[in-house]
Design a binder for this molecule. Structure first.
Ligand code: FE
Length: 273
């Protein structure tokens, strides 16, 4: 049985509300947005951290910055123990994704998957001794993470959206695409509805970010060809609300036509509006 959009509220010892949002659940498989905390945001941009739990094995996607790590851990403990985390998959190298990695490596035995472009840079986040041996360099063409029972996650290339070495995670079980910064909205959690149901009303939250950060229209077109006709139940970005239903096709139609990045770059450092 699938249950979409279940919200699990817990009250933190410090009094703030922690809201885990279960995006998919069946008897073997759970996808959950961790740490939608009201009142304890890291300064900077609010980020989404996801846990996929398959039977007894966990995978963390973009587990977040240093400041949110303790709360993400507390949220995760509602579902599994650190020793159950088999992999941490990083869409790209930014600090709001990787900043807490040293702590995660201390408390788990997880392998860390990231683009081959970034494995030499990640140690500069102050990783513990020998942690480098746990880094797995994802080749440009992508990879598959395989659970113990043979079920897979697909690591799909999304290069230059926005990072030069960038991957999305497609979960065939839930049909959720975890899209990193693609689809991300710059909005505070206080303003957040957890889902995008009305894309025309949402587009003002994403337009400026995508025009400036996504590198080119060609990068988008290549990603769309890579994604192909995989069925999508949700597009879950690393910031802001999660796309579902009609908003998925509306978002894809919008991004298909969007001039962005180097397409808009003008002499003097200006960008076309
Ligand atoms: Fe980023």
């Amino acid at each position: 049985m699938n249950n979409y959009g279940n919200v699990k509220n817990t009250t933190h010892a410090m009094g703030w509300r922690m809201r885990n949002l279960e995006l998919y659940r069946d008897s073997n498989h759970l996808c959950v947005l961790l740490h939608e905390t009201e009142g304890n945001e890291e300064e900077g941009i609010h980020s989404n951290q996801y846990l996929i739990l398959h039977r007894e094995e966990g995978v963390l996607l973009d587990p977040g910055g240093f400041g949110v790590m303790p709360d993400v851990l507390e949220a995760m403990l509602d579902y599994c123990m650190p020793e159950q985390i088999k992999a941490i998959i990083l869409s790209h190298q930014d600090p709001d994704i990787v900043g807490g990695l040293a702590s995660w490596l201390e408390i788990t035995q997880a392998q860390v998957w990231i683009s081959r472009l970034w494995t030499r840079f990640i140690p500069h986040y102050g990783l513990p001794p020998k942690a480098v041996e746990r880094l797995i360099a994802i080749p440009d063409e992508g990879a598959r993470f395989t659970w113990n029972d043979g079920t897979e996650l697909e690591l799909l290339p999304a290069h230059f959206l926005h990072s030069e070495g960038n991957f999305h995670v497609y979960d065939p079980t839930s049909q959720i695409l975890f899209s990193g910064d693609l689809g991300a909205a710059e909005m505070s959690s206080a303003a957040l509805s957890p889902f995008v149901d009305d894309f025309p009303a949402h587009v003002c939250q994403i337009a400026g970010f995508h025009r400036r950060y996504m590198v080119s229209h060609r990068a988008v077109a290549v990603w769309r060809a890579t994604l192909g006709d995989r069925p999508l139940s949700m597009i879950a970005p690393q910031h802001g609300a999660i796309y579902r239903g009609r908003a998925i096709t509306d978002f894809l139609a919008w991004i298909d036509e969007l001039p962005c990045g180097v397409d808009c770059l003008q002499p003097g450092g200006r960008f076309l509006p």
